[in-house]
Design a protein around this ligand. Sequence first.
Ligand code: MN
Length: 207
Amino acid sequence: MTVHLHEEDLPEGALGPGPIAVDTETMGLITPRDRLCLVQLSDGGDDEHLVRFSPGSDYAAPNLKAVLGDPNRVKLYHFARFDLAAVEYYLGIMAEPVFCTKIASKLVRTYTDRHGLKDIVRELLGKEISKQQQSSDWGAPELSNAQLEYAASDVRYLHGLQEILAVRLARENRTELAQACFDFLPARARLDIAGWPDHDIFSHLSA
Ligand code: MN
């Protein structure tokens, strides 16, 4: 298990074929204000790849963009809505097609309201991950080992989760509904950026 840190782009051929787990770390929750600092990737193998962007980066990253923009590669996320918005805003790529473990969890684990990554990794895979570094300075010139480990652990288990959640979705006859939700997520992310972050346009309320 190795965590690889790369500057400004992914090396060519770093990832094997198939679905790719993706997560991002930013300076905060307001995408246009809070720059994209790190993109984490896993092909489901033993290694994680972290791509770091410096302040003032031009976000050129051709190899990373090729992977994220590949329409034949499903991208696995936990809370895709946020990562899709950050990736599109800074890299100019809508990183679809999407499988979101948080949406899948909400559609099948209706017996709980705990849909955080830590909770579902514990319940479905029996592993413990720490969220201690979640709110840390991802723009720092040197990332700490704790930050790198945290960032890598956010993509490490997404393939395992997807496998189990796909079985549960099928069992509960919600695979199609889940897919429809995943397919809508790029539009949901665009609404966030375009000025409807908290507004449910499907609600009957006019405000
Ligand atoms: Mn993360």
